[in-house]
Ligand binder design. Sequence first.
Ligand SMILES: [Zn+2]
Length: 257
Amino acid sequence: MSFLPKNTELIKQHKKLLLSLQNIDIGLFEIHSKKEPILTAMKSSKDKMMDIEDDSRRDNEEIAKTKIELERLREELVKFEKDKQVIEDNLLSASNSEEEEALKRDLDYCRLEIKLSIKKIRDVNNLHANLKRDIHKRDQDSKLQQEIFYDEHEKLQKLDEKISKEEESLQMERDELTKKLDPAILQEYEKISSCNMPFIAAGSIRDDVCTGCNILVTPIMQVQVHEAEDWVFCDHCGAFMLFVEKTKDKIERFPKG
Ligand SMILES: [Zn+2]
């Protein structure tokens, strides 16, 4: 790139800086990949805790409802008993057989109401007791579960804090490093980074191939990179070509000279 500064000393120095920058970016990328599942797990354990709280609230509302219904039925029963008493008193002082028949019918009806009322109270009472028993059992299970989720959440939180600190210090290191870089070169690096994966913006030629895209690099380019008089970029992936490296294997197989 013709617009990048090309002083030989500056190029040499910047190659090292770019490589360090890339190592930091790899570290940051790894931290992000570690953080993501932790945050997801944290959210899920929090959701589970909230579900348990919701269930417990609903159960208590249900219990409260049966209690109110029970009170209402008991009051109703007292009223029927009073009615019955009144009818029985009236029956004692009935003046003719017609009135007596009518009062007896009322009494039968009232007794039926009382029977029904007692049956209803028994049913609601049973329901109330069953609910209480179920809720008590569920509450015990929930408490245990809640403790497990709470512990899990706390562990994840600590892990997240630890990783966040690592991230922060790495980010600070990056900020310091980027201050040392020529702005045009940094901008170019960031541009390539955003197109490629972050760790192949600063590439090298290793055993004749680009470390960014694994495609063979021409011998002319290798010489250019080796002499380091100008910036060289991979024709395929656009990465900076910083160094020419030979691995041990290759050197043994293709000895120099
Ligand atoms: Zn490449």
